[in-house]
Design a protein around this ligand. Sequence first.
Ligand SMILES: NC(=O)c1ccc[n+]([C@@H]2O[C@H](COP(=O)([O-])OP(=O)(O)OC[C@H]3O[C@@H](n4cnc5c(N)ncnc54)[C@H](OP(=O)(O)O)[C@@H]3O)[C@@H](O)[C@H]2O)c1
Length: 227
Amino acid sequence: VKIGILGSGIVGLTFSAKLTGLGHDVMLGTRDVTRLLARTDPGAYGLSPFKVWHEEHQAVKVGTFAEAAAHGEILFNVTSGAGSLEALQLAGAANLDGKILIDIANPLDFSQGMPPSLLVSNTDSLGEQIQRAFPKVKVVKTLNTLNAQLMVTPRQLADGDHTAFVSGDDAGAKAQVVDILKNWFGWRDVIDLGDITTARGAEMLLPLWVRLWGVLQTPLFNIKVVK
Ligand SMILES: NC(=O)c1ccc[n+]([C@@H]2O[C@H](COP(=O)([O-])OP(=O)(O)OC[C@H]3O[C@@H](n4cnc5c(N)ncnc54)[C@H](OP(=O)(O)O)[C@@H]3O)[C@@H](O)[C@H]2O)c1
């Protein structure tokens, strides 16, 4: 499948590596291709500089946000939450319309330092802002509640016996995303929260997530919903 990954941070690189490994045709999008390809500063979380990473992952194509969006039949929004709307404007509605956009971004506000707060909450969410700005895009919020590595290898933890959530207005798109979570990444427990307004709940888990991270001293944990 042709995949467009909008975002060049740890989440974008993690999905790009995983999906090319599964044989998909991946293009990663960024604001400035030349700048990204020349980056020799160390990546976040101990990741190699982008230039080195890309030499090791040559199957991953690199383009602008617009080129990556045009390339993908299925798209991932893995841009910084504060910049997501801007990044999607750069991608362009014409390249996004009609496609599934798997939205993993969190609207985190780091302006007051750590821990971050939320830029939008309670009565709105980033998922809804994206859906409103791009009404013809099938936005499905998912996987924003856990660490990048676990998103694509959930079985690494508790044999995958923990929970992912999905929110979105388009039932067909959501079913396809649940299929992707289960068949490409190995998820077992996926809870459909409902329409895109339920992304509020998934995004508002983040204040708890960052505090658990502080206490547990590892990002490799997740929530399991039990009845
Ligand atoms: N890290 C995790 O484990 C994790 C877990 C759950 C959810 N998330 C969410 O996933 C998203 C990606 O996280 P990340 O750590 O991989 O990367 P990040 O550092 O949050 O975001 C990097 C990407 O955002 C783009 N960007 C930043 N500001 C922008 C702006 N003003 N306009 C347009 N684009 C802008 C950057 O563009 P350039 O390529 O041009 O630099 C880059 O592609 C975030 O929303 C984060 O909250 C992360």
